[in-house]
Structure formats: structure tokens, C-alpha cells
Design a protein around this ligand. Sequence first.
Ligand SMILES: NC(=O)NCCC[C@H](N)C(=O)O
Length: 405
Amino acid sequence: MGNHEGISVYNEIGQLKSVLLHCPGEEIENIVPDYLRRLLFDEIAYLKQACKEHDQFAGILRQEGTEVLYLTELMAEILESQEVRDGFLEDFMDEGPVGTEGIREALREFFSTMSPLEMVRKCIAGVRTEELAAIKPKSLGDMVRNPYPFYLDPIPNLYFQRDPFASIGEGVTLNVMHSKTRNRETLFAKYLFDHHPRFQNIPRWYNRDKSHPIEGGDLLVLSEKIVAVGISERTDAVAIEKMAKSIFNSNEPFDTVLAFDIPKTRAYMHLDTVFTMVDHDKFTIYPGIVSPLDVYSISKGTELKITYEASELSSILKKYLNLPAVDLIPCGNGDVIAASREQWSDGSNTLAISPGKVICYDRNHVTNAALRKHGVEVLEFESYELSRGRGGPRCMSMPLKREKL
Ligand SMILES: NC(=O)NCCC[C@H](N)C(=O)O
């Protein structure tokens, strides 16, 4: 396997060799106030500025020697095959869902003249009813008046590439998303791992045909043996156990899953919004989740051995990561108001480039200063618009390759 093919992620902080991103596109301009909540946005972002900020993010990654891949370009490569393209469109319309044959016919026609890249971008952007010429009605559904402005909804959360699938070891979880509005995102990941030459025979620790949700923001690969996962608003205990069994039944070295039972609220939607790893023995933490924090260890064995970890977080991390000490760096640097404000704009959601070197939003200046005070190098970029989607640098990136430690 070439040095850039496949998946290899055995930690959160090893030199980041290859990462998958999606730069926000026209889907952001298809967000309207009526559907803001359902589309999981707290405000409507300004696309031009959001793209500028995302390009800054990609620029820092490249500067640090990371190979930056874009989902749209990888998808366009596989849609060069007419068979794959046709299959993708049918699946995409099934899951839209697009219920009537008249509209499906019109959409096939609409996409048929596009290049693969244009088609991928348009699928993500959404298709407004006004964009399709007259529908040749084939059913009652084609005839009744429908005020809803889209035949295919926009998929505005796709720039949070952390969530639809997750790299663990040399495999991935192909996720089931908690919300309907994000579930089609995992169809792109399915096609990527079914058809792209870079990702042949990648083991799947979870599959999107399951029923219980698990999202990538809840998964942290703390070491070659330990995976941390949030029991959160987005990920449930049944999915965690299924994933653990898959990984433990493989040849991967992982032998423990640490499940953190975090508050089920939008602000803390994933574990990585309140807890990320920044160095061998350093973590950011949002103080609001620390006590009480229930943590369960799920250990490999003929039967899963599930234990309630009675001690507090730093002891649990020292125990499972074999560390003499750990440094939990508080979001907001001990200031309760700054912590709450900066957690809301993803102050805890750092992306490590290498041990002790992370990328953060510049707006979280109190937390960034705390990280620096604790010896962490912080690379910053602007976020006036990207953070309106409620995600940070770690949310917007899925590592494909990291150096082992
Ligand atoms: N890992 C993450 O925390 N991802 C952020 C996802 C934000 C998106 N608007 C959502 O609500 O799912």
C-alpha cells in the first residue's frame, strides 16, 4: 500500500500526514431562518467569508506538511464511472427522500449534463423547486401543490468532516447520524470507501445500515490501545458496544474503550466539543463537564468487560495511558464566563498537527493563551462565520493518516 493510501490513525497528536476536508459551498446559501434549527445551525453564515476562513485553515495544514484532500474531489473521481454515478444518484434520491417518479426523472435529467464535480457540489448544495423545468407528472405526488422550496435539501453540515465517519486504526466507523438532516453525509463516505482506489478493503467498525447513532465527534483515539467515546446527544451506548466488539474482534491493538457520559445538550453535542488531546499528557477540558463525570471502561475479552471507573478524570487518564501525570488545560483558563463563551465557539475543539502543536480559532483568545501558558504551540485562523455552524478545527477535519508515536 502506498504511503498515502488507506487509513492509519493510532493517536490524536501524531504528525498529521493526510486529512479530509470539505470547504463550505452553495449549501450554506440555502440555509433560511425557517429551517435553521432543523439544519443544526444557530445562525446563517456568510459563505464568502466562511470560504476565506476555511482556506486559511487548509493553508495552515499544508504549511505544516499535511496532505489536504477535499471530499468533493475524491467523490468526483469515483463518479467518473457512469455506473457509480447512476447508483449514487438513485441512492441519494432515495435518502433525500425524493418520493415521486416525475421529480426523480426531472432530477436525472437535471444532473445528466453536469461534470462529476458539478454534480457532487450540486447534490451537497441542494436543489430548489424553481431550478427544475416543468415536471412531467407521473403521480398524484407530482401534481399536488407543495410550498416546500427544495426537491433536495442542502447538506450544510458537511464541512464538519469529523462526524460522518471516523478513522480508527486502519479502519473506519461508517456512522449513523443522530439527525435525519446529517444522515445523507454518510452516503458520501460509503461511496468513498466502496469505490475510491485510495481506500480499498478498509475494515468497517460500524456501518450506516445499523440503527443506533454514533458520530465521529464523539470518538478520540487516545493511544494504540485506548479509544475514548462520548455517550452524548449524538452517540448512544448500544452503538458504542457494537463498535467496541468490531474493533476487539479484529487484529487491531486496541483493547479498551473509555465511554464518557457527557450532558446531552447542543452545546456539548460531541465529546470533542468539551475534551481534546493536545500533547502526550495534555488535554483541553471544558470544566462544566468534569464533575460529576461518569466514565465506563469497556475491555476486550471473550465477553466485553464493562466497569464503572469510580475515580476522577485525570486518574482515569493516568491509569489507561500509563502516564505519571496529566495536564487538563481548562477552556476559559478558569474564568467561568470565558469558558462558557469560548466553549460555545469551540475553544476546546483543537486539532493537533503534532505533539504539543494545535490549530484553534483565533476568537478563543483566553483558552488559546491558557494553552500557550501550558507549553502548547497554538496556530490560529479567523472564524467569524465558520463557527456559526457550532464546530471547530477538529470538527472540520477527519485525519486519514497520522504518524505513530
Ligand atoms: N465534532 C463536532 O463537534 N462537530 C460539530 C457539528 C456541528 C453541526 N452543526 C451539528 O450540529 O451536527
